[in-house]
Ligand binder design. Structure first.
Ligand code: FAD
Ligand code: DHB
Length: 394
């Protein structure tokens, strides 16, 4: 079997890359370890930057998002029992879109099937070969049969635990990492969201976040231990803890309902440099992880593959390789700014050390500054709605 671009992984990065290549008439094969049902039901991120919305629309997969997604022009920062609204739209001219990652994935899988190009689910034993030479290939097993896929390029879109980054000798990549001493316990609940906009709440018991998926479904998170045991969190305890952390002087009350999903997500900042190794390109979580407080994980994956798709387009249609050569540097420049923002939001809003009264006062002062200073709230807003993406190198 032969293709132009072998794409490993059918998360947002791999699926969107395939669609952007298809629009340019470039052939690809996607290899995914899990089943279609699994990837379409994996509950993860929910906030799309305005540029991600534009990219999905331009890719021809935005129609349902525009109908069902919720446009938010503001976000609430809560601390010391008081809510403060950051008016994203008036500070930046843009808002964000609330639309679940699994919905983005469903729309992209549908587009892939419509395109008639191959997407293999439930493959195993994937290995990548000769990406430093001119003729790379991928070996994998599908329905028990060994297969070989020859290609011009390999796109490593296989997430943090994938095979692509792991295939590189340690001497060829530089890793930058910070692991945080906490995780998020996330729930999905059949409950009307108690707020029209997201609430990021600083509380001495730990951070909490109110988000949503629709007018009838709430998505909530609370800071917990990295090794938190979900068996110790029956639904009543989750709601009780959330209510304590969202407690406000104006009597705000959460709306409770049946919890349909519960999970614990560890938190880390991680970058693997560079993102190009010969004919292998790493994108999305395969190359970097951000703590979720800035809502950036899926957006970074979308930005990476936008840059890569244009670089591959220039290779095939203009016989130019300068964009492939600058891919890693162009992506990393923006990625590090997004890393900084995600780290900053995480540091400002979470409890790090029970005994550190100084840090708590400092966090409150920082939050107070952010919500009262026009330039500070504008800085938060500018990063939250998404820093400009210049796929040509800015
Ligand atoms: P992924 O979505 O991880 O996709 C990679 C794909 O590759 C997967 O489908 C995987 O099955 C497949 N794969 C892996 N190994 C192989 C292999 N060897 N062969 C073939 N296929 C393979 N971000 C937020 O902003 N907010 C959140 O609340 C949030 N919650 C998260 C919760 C969890 C549990 C995780 C893991 C991430 C979360 N993120 C969140 C981050 C966000 O979801 C990711 O940044 C986003 O999924 C990145 O997309 P991706 O396509 O790069 O990787
Ligand atoms: C959601 C996740 C985030 O990490 C975030 O910062 C905001 C919202 C969500 O899942 O809706």
């Amino acid at each position: 079997m032969r293709t132009q671009v072998a794409i490993i992984g059918a998360g947002p990065a791999g699926l969107l890359l395939a669609q952007l290549l298809n629009q340019q008439g470039i052939d690809s094969v996607i290899l995914e370890a899990r089943s279609r049902h699994y990837i379409e039901n994996r509950v993860r991120a929910g906030v799309l930057e305005h540029q991600s919305v534009d990219i999905l629309n331009e890719a021809g997969v935005g129609a349902r998002m525009m109908r069902e997604g919720l446009v938010h022009d503001g976000v609430i920062i809560q601390f010391a029992g008081v809510a403060h609204r950051i008016d994203l739209a008036s500070l930046t001219g843009h808002g964000v879109m609330i639309y679940g990652q699994q919905e983005v994935v469903k729309d992209l899988v549908e587009a892939r099937i419509q395109s008639g190009r191959p997407l293999y689910f439930e493959v195993d034993n994937v290995s990548i070969h000769d990406f430093d030479a001119d003729a790379p290939y991928v070996k994998f097993r599908h329905h028990g049969a060994e297969q070989r896929l020859d290609c011009d390029f390999v796109a490593g879109c296989d997430g943090f635990h994938g095979v692509c980054r792991a295939s590189l000798p340690p001497s060829r990549i530089e890793l930058f990492e910070r692991v945080y001493p906490f995780a998020w316990l996330g729930i999905l609940a059949d409950a009307e969201p108690a707020s029209e906009e997201l609430i990021y709440a600083h509380h001495e018991r730990g951070f909490a976040l109110l988000s949503m998926r629709s007018e009838a479904v709430s998505r909530l998170y609370l800071q917990c231990k990295p090794d938190e045991n979900l068996d110790e969190w029956p639904d009543d305890r989750v709601w009780d803890e959330l209510q304590k952390r969202f407690d406000r002087s104006d009597g705000f009350q959460l709306r409770v309902g049946p919890i349909t999903q519960k999970s614990v997500t560890p938190m880390r900042s991680f970058v693997a440099e560079p993102m190009r190794h010969g004919r292998l390109f790493l994108t999305g979580d395969a190359a970097h992880i951000v703590p979720p407080t800035g809502a950036k994980g899926m957006n970074l994956a979308i930005a990476d593959v936008k840059v890569l798709s244009l670089a591959l387009g220039a290779h095939y249609h203009e016989s130019r390789d300068d964009r492939l050569e600058s891919f890693s540097a162009v992506c990393l420049r923006r990625i590090w700014k997004v890393q900084r923002f995600s780290w900053w939001m995480t540091s400002m809003l979470h409890q790090f050390d029970e005994d550190n009264a100084f840090d708590r006062r400092r966090q409150i002062a920082e939050l107070d500054y952010v919500v009262t200073s026009k330039v500070a709230s504008q800085s938060l807003a500018e990063n939250y709605i998404g820093l400009p993406l210049d796929p040509n190198g800015g």
